[in-house]
Design a protein around this ligand. Structure first.
Ligand code: PMP
Length: 390
């Protein structure tokens, strides 16, 4: 049995209710999905604006595929960089208000590539403890001095910055924390970055498209689009969430993008995403900016859920975003509640360690939902409230 030790580890995961399984979704994404022949109301995707199965985007993707082909054929620096990739980068830079932007295959790759390109042995990366795994991986891989501070604890961060002798100091945070839904205090972080001559790297995977009047994410939410220290802020966001497609980008000054183009290994040594996908992302960007009703509808759902559960014993997190986690006592309880919700036709993910320090149900809301969908979720949760004691 050459893989006996792996089987043993999997058994341990099973015993601790921590083994992960996939479920096959037999439909497009959307408010309703089909799983094992059952139609479920989907409260666990990051398709916050309901664009993942948008008809306009699907048609545009199909048309662009006929024009630009299915595959890009090579990495960007060899011959895979096609006109739609370039056009998307320009559109993203203009939207975020930077000189330039660089597209990556995924957000995971962007974080790995940027952190390893910008920081090395003589440098230090200061990271919030609740940052996304890909930021941690990037920091570890960079071999920089990796300092983590307790969640949103700026006093500790300041002490770490003050005592650091590193050549470059890079503060890295999620703009919206992916498992808690709360925000990093970007104005305060930018002020600290300025005081200690550091750079601020913001992973806005869950803020881009969702926050701000026109979807310019955490930057717009915090009024940082025109800030005097804006240049030291490096903005990154993914396109697989609110934008409904796939991929990611980093936006900043031209010199930063030129540098990353030469040094970010996860950009250089990988095949470019299909150009048609870039074309679809560009249309998604336009829809995300112009279709304000999507954000308004999402906001109404968030308010309804929080109001609906306010007088129950469910402990909602301090979140005003589409991510609305409910704390539960144990991994087993999280799984049991998730299973009971599924019996009522609701899909809500149970998120357990090591993804998060404490088990929870992670409810995500979307403009794809109707008010009735959200009302049904609230009513069902109320019906299952007793399970919190089990
Ligand atoms: N950053 C954050 C905060 C995320 O939540 C995620 C995805 N879950 C990523 C990065 C990775 O992005 P992608 O899915 O495009 O790889």
């Amino acid at each position: 049995m050459p893989f006996h030790s792996l089987a043993q580890e999997l058994q341990h995961l099973d015993d601790a209710h921590l083994r992960r399984q996939r479920r096959i979704v037999d439909s497009a994404q959307g408010a309703k999905v089909i799983v094992n022949g059952q139609t479920l109301l989907n409260f666990c995707s990051n398709d916050y604006l309901g664009l993942a199965a948008d008809g306009d985007l699907a048609s545009h993707l199909a048309d662009a595929t006929h024009k630009w082909g299915v595959g890009s054929g090579a990495s960007h620096l060899v011959c895979g960089h096609q006109a739609p990739h370039e056009a998307l980068e320009r559109a993203l830079a203009a939207f975020i208000g930077t000189e330039a932007a660089l597209g990556f295959g995924t957000g995971y790759l962007a974080n790995l590539g940027v952190l390893t390109a910008l920081a090395g042995r003589e440098d230090a990366i200061f990271a919030d403890k609740l940052n996304h795994a890909s930021l941690n991986e990037g920091a570890l891989l960079s071999r920089a001095d990796f300092k983590r501070f307790p969640h949103n604890d700026l006093a500790t961060l300041e002490r770490q910055l003050a005592s650091s002798m590193a050549r470059r100091k890079l503060i890295a945070v999620d703009g919206v924390f992916s498992m808690d839904g709360d925000l990093a205090p970007l104005p305060d972080l930018l002020a600290l970055a300025a005081r200690y001559d550091a750079w601020l790297y913001v992973d806005d995977a869950h803020g881009f498209g969702v926050l701000g009047e026109s979807g310019q994410g955490s930057l717009q939410h915090w009024g940082l689009m025109q800030h005097p220290e804006r240049e030291r802020l490096i903005y990154m966001a993914t396109l697989g969430k609110a934008a409904g497609t796939a991929g990611a980008f980093v936006a900043g000054p031209q010199v930063l993008v030129d540098y990353l183009l030469n040094r970010a290994r996860s950009y250089i040594y990988t095949t470019a995403a299909p150009a048609a996908l870039a074309a679809a992302s560009q249309l998604a960007l336009r829809k995300l900016e112009e279709e304000h009703w999507r954000r308004q509808r999402l906001q109404a759902h968030i308010a309804a859920l929080r109001h609906g559960l306010a007088t129950t014993r469910y402990r909602l997190a301090n979140s005003t975003t589409a991510i609305q986690p409910i704390e539960v006592a144990s991994a087993a309880a999280a799984l049991a509640l998730s299973a009971a919700l599924q019996q009522h036709g609701l899909w809500v993910a149970a998120i357990r360690p090591p993804t998060v320090p404490t088990p929870r149900l992670r409810i995500t809301l979307s403009a794809a939902h109707t008010a009735d969908d959200v009302a049904y979720l609230i009513a069902t949760l109320k019906q299952l409230e007793g399970m919190l004691d089990s």
